[in-house]
Write a protein that binds this ligand. Structure first.
Ligand SMILES: [Zn+2]
Length: 171
């Protein structure tokens, strides 16, 4: 549900030239690429963006998008609420050539002549800000002791070991 002054589509060139601010709230269900987080669909997504042009005329979008995703803890497999906050700082470009010509300090966000879909940017930035592995700190329930596999306990605190183990299972 698009609420307040959040536009679903917008003309980023005009927004930047006018120095517009876009603020409002969505839910995770509004972001197509986050649909797999089924436990999180009702979670609010806070959006605060400012469009502008810098001294050199680069059109930019700065701001942040944040939500709380309900992920599965990779240690105890129970749900864990994980705050995800992405700082957005991109320069709008209309071609690959423009992207290449940007100063290194600016991250390009490629838009076309079609209206920009606001959620494309939001979900991309949230996905980039996602944790590689979600873990409670600490887990709310004690893990069952598994006899005969002592090395499993030693590795439990290392997210990379957990990930490697998951990959090893061919998931
Ligand atoms: Zn846990």
């Amino acid at each position: 549900m698009f609420s307040g002054q959040l536009p679903q589509f917008l003309d980023p060139r005009k927004y930047a030239d006018q120095g517009r601010v876009v603020e409002g709230q969505l839910t995770v269900a509004d972001l197509p690429r986050l649909q797999e987080y089924r436990e999180s669909l009702d979670q609010p997504v806070e959006i605060s963006l400012a469009f502008d042009r810098d001294e050199e005329g680069h059109r930019r979008i700065k701001g942040e998008v944040s939500t709380t995703l309900v992920l599965q803890c990779q240690r105890c497999l129970e749900p864990v609420n994980y705050p995800v906050r992405a700082i957005i700082n991109v320069a709008l470009v209309w071609s690959e050539d423009q992207a290449t010509a940007l100063p290194e300090r600016l991250d390009p966000w490629l838009v076309g002549e079609e209206p920009m879909v606001l959620t494309d940017l939001l979900e991309e930035e949230l996905l980039l800000a996602m944790p590689l592995v979600a873990l409670h700190d600490p887990c709310p329930t004690a893990l069952p002791q598994e006899s005969g596999e002592p090395e499993k306990q030693e590795n439990a605190d290392n997210p990379f070991a957990v990930l490697a183990k998951l990959k090893g299972q061919g998931k």
